[in-house]
Design a protein around this ligand. Sequence first.
Ligand code: ATP
Length: 205
Amino acid sequence: MILETTDLSVARGGVTVLAGLGFAVGAGQALVLRGPNGSGKTTLLRTLAGLQPPVAGRVMLSPDAVAYAAHADGLKSTLTVAENLAFWASIYGGPPPERAIAALDLAGLIRRRAGELSAGQKRRLGLARLLVTGRPLWLLDEPTVSLDVASVALFAAVVREHLRQGGAAVIATHVDLGLPEARILDLDPYRTRVLARDGFDEAFA
Ligand SMILES: Nc1ncnc2c1ncn2[C@@H]1O[C@H](COP(=O)(O)OP(=O)(O)OP(=O)(O)O)[C@@H](O)[C@H]1O
């Protein structure tokens, strides 16, 4: 398994928002987190990413495995698209940016400063960053916000290729990503859930 949680409880602002979560995500698997606003998707992703501690339970993963893409794109606005990707590739020691540029259709934008991109273009650059990290576990918070239909399809293809190469992804989203192979975890803010590993398939819709 690339990621496994047992009896995990997570909190935001001192309030426990999810409890008793047990799930596993292996190589080649994607898990989609669904739930209404405030149900705890971001809080769960932040906890998985190690940005905040769990209230209870365990998260088992290698910290070196994780690439986290949050609401904020984390772009360096004065650097160009090419410079941003080269910067991240050097930080993470991942592959050179050519594939990421092609996969997110950024070739026509490589000399533009990140600060001068449209919202959707910035989002595509933020997603291209995932590819140059070379990391196997992608934790993605609303990755398709600002993306047009064609870019959502590009993104889905990128995730599918990542899974095919043995990667994994946990994706919080309100939209249909066009990833029928992904399992769904519906987060219910009004009751806690206990998802036994043995009951994994039953627990996921
Ligand atoms: N900075 C914060 N301080 C205190 N409470 C917070 C903070 N951010 C979120 N919360 C609360 O924590 C709970 C879970 O929020 P979270 O952002 O994890 O939900 P979400 O499912 O990601 O929502 P959305 O779909 O709106 O992005 C909500 O009740 C929210 O009001």
